[in-house]
Write a protein that binds this ligand. Structure first.
Ligand SMILES: [Zn+2]
Length: 308
C-alpha cells in the first residue's frame, strides 16, 4: 500500500523525536548512576592505599614494595641529616631518635630506611589527610607528636592549669631494688603497681637483664624541690615547666634506660637521647608500655607517665 507523502514526513518526524527522547533518557540514567559513586562532602575520602593487614609483624618480602623505593631512598637520606626543630624550636639533625616510636605508631617492623616502612608511613599519612608519599616529613612527625602529647593525662590536664599535687601521704615508696643509685622515690600506688608488672615483663623478655636498667631515678617531685632542681640546672626549659612538672602528680617515672658514654641517664643531649632510643629496652617499651598504661614523652626516652 502506498502511503501519502505528508503522512510519511509526519512518521519520520515522530520517529526522530522518539529517538532523541530515548537518547536523552539514557544520558540522564547514566549521569544519575555516575553521581551515586561520588563521595559527598560529608563522606571521608578513601585512603590512598588500602590497609591490607593490621598485623605489626612484617612477612618476609613485605619490606620492599617497589612502589615505595623512592620514598625509602628519601627517608634513608634524611634519617641522620634532616635539619628540623621537632620540639620547642630546638634545632636537631635527623630523626633516628624518634624512629622506634614512629615504627610503633605505624605498626611497621621493617627497617626505617626500607620501602616497607615508607609504605606503612603512607598508610598513616592517608589516614591523617597528609600527602601519602611515605616520606618522613616534619609535618607528618608533628601530627604524631601532637597525638602523643594528648595521650599524656598530665598534658591534657595542664591545658586547664597546673594539675593539683597529691597529698604525699597517699604516695608509696619504691623498693630499694627499684631505685637508681639508692635515691628514694615516692610514686602514686597505681603507677608503681603498673611499673612493677611492666618491669617484670621487660626482664622476662630479656631486654632489661642488667638489674640497674628500669630502676627509677625520679618519681614524685614537690613544687619546691622542682624549682630548686631547675635553678641548680640553670633552667628547665622555661618558667612554666619549672613551676608545673608532670612529676608533681606522682604518676610520672624517670626510668634508667642506660646512657651514652659519659652522659647522665637524663641528659637531653642529642647523642644521649639517640643512644637510648636505639636500645632493645626502649624499642620494647614503645611497643609494650601502653599495655601497662604508660605513655612516653618522645623527647625524653626515660620519662614515662602513667595514664591509669
Ligand atoms: Zn621525667
Amino acid at each position: 500500500m502506498d502511503t501519502p507523502a505528508p503522512a510519511r514526513r509526519l512518521t519520520r518526524y515522530l520517529g526522530r523525536i522518539a529517538l532523541i527522547a530515548v537518547l536523552l533518557l539514557a544520558a540522564f540514567i547514566g549521569w544519575r548512576l555516575a553521581r551515586r559513586d561520588l563521595p559527598t562532602a560529608a563522606e571521608p575520602l578513601p585512603a590512598a592505599r588500602p590497609v591490607t593487614s593490621s598485623s605489626p609483624v612484617a612477612a618476609p618480602g613485605d619490606c620492599a614494595p617497589p612502589a615505595f623505593t623512592a620514598a625509602a631512598a628519601n627517608n634513608a637520606a634524611g634519617i641522620d641529616t634532616l635539619a628540623w626543630s621537632p620540639f620547642r624550636n630546638r634545632p636537631e639533625t635527623g630523626w633516628r631518635t624518634y624512629a622506634p616510636r614512629i615504627a610503633a605508631e605505624i605498626a611497621s617492623d621493617c627497617p626505617y630506611d626500607s620501602a616497607g616502612f615508607a609504605e606503612a608511613l603512607s598508610r598513616y599519612q592517608a589516614a591523617h589527610r597528609l600527602p601519602a608519599d611515605g616520606r618522613l616529613t616534619p609535618e607528618t612527625f608533628e601530627r604524631m607528636r601532637i597525638a602523643w602529647d594528648l595521650q599524656r593525662p598530665f598534658q591534657r590536664a595542664a591545658r586547664l592549669g597546673c594539675p593539683p599535687a597529691p597529698d604525699p601521704a597517699t604516695l608509696q615508696a619504691a623498693a630499694p631494688a627499684e631505685l637508681y643509685g639508692g635515691k628514694p622515690a615516692l610514686a602514686d600506688p597505681g603507677a608503681l603497681a603498673a611499673y612493677r608488672r611492666m618491669a617484670a615483663d621487660a626482664r622476662a623478655a630479656g631486654v632489661a637483664s642488667d638489674p640497674t636498667l628500669l630502676t627509677i631515678f625520679s618519681a614524685f617531685r614537690d613544687q619546691a624541690a622542682d624549682a630548686e632542681r631547675c635553678a641548680r640546672q640553670g633552667g628547665c626549659g622555661g618558667p612554666a615547666r619549672a613551676v608545673c612538672s608532670a612529676h608533681r602528680t606522682g604518676t610520672a617515672l624517670d626510668l634508667n634506660l642506660g646512657h651514652a658514654p659519659g652522659a647522665r641517664p637524663d641528659s637531653t643531649e642529642d647523642a644521649n637521647r639517640l643512644w637510648m632510643s636505639q636500645t632493645p629496652l626502649y624499642r620494647w617499651l614503645v611497643r609494650n608500655a601502653a599495655r601497662y598504661g604508660f605513655v612516653n614523652y618522645a623527647f625524653e626516652p626515660w620519662h614515662w607517665e602513667w595514664a591509669g
